[in-house]
Design a protein around this ligand. Sequence first.
Ligand SMILES: CC(C)(COP(=O)(O)OP(=O)(O)OC[C@H]1O[C@@H](n2cnc3c(N)ncnc32)[C@H](O)[C@@H]1OP(=O)(O)O)[C@@H](O)C(=O)NCCC(=O)NCCS
Length: 144
Amino acid sequence: MIRIERIEVEQTYPLRKEILRKGMTLSHKMPGDEDKSSLHLGLFSDMELVCVCSFMKNSNKEFSGFQYQLRGMATSEKAQGQGHGKLIMNEAEEILEKQGVDLIWCNARTRATGFYEKLGYQKAGNEFHVPQVGPHYVMFKKIR
Ligand SMILES: CC(C)(COP(=O)(O)OP(=O)(O)OC[C@H]1O[C@@H](n2cnc3c(N)ncnc32)[C@H](O)[C@@H]1OP(=O)(O)O)[C@@H](O)C(=O)NCCC(=O)NCCS
């Protein structure tokens, strides 16, 4: 059974560490993690947390309107490619749209840009490099 719900930021840490920070010295903690306005979502498959993502109120000057930044998008290795990422992102969009958010943006790893494109995100600007993590693009989606 699949269930998506709001979770505490601490619950995102194991998947962030395993999927996004393996072999890196970069912290799994992110600016805004503890803010009341931040949204942390988890997808449980048969009670096991297999997919997490976080959304922080943070504006990028390239865009206008009420913006949230997506961070820490990760699906456990064994659960990837089963539609979990798409489900959790759709749920997040619904929640944020109800809160009056106009646009979601993120710094997307280049190898994950195809995932975001399938969800309707577009690239903005040129590829840039994040130390330890690798090449990225800014991507965004207007949701209202
Ligand atoms: C990228 C990631 C979050 C996708 O999550 P997921 O649960 O595997 O994604 P889904 O199964 O919901 O995929 C949804 C769609 O995107 C596609 N997709 C998934 N990852 C993709 C990728 N890296 N490149 C291109 N397409 C991708 C799927 O094929 C699927 O297509 P479909 O709707 O036509 O069937 C997951 O693979 C992951 O955690 N990767 C490692 C960490 C990472 O790169 N995170 C993103 C940081 S910016």
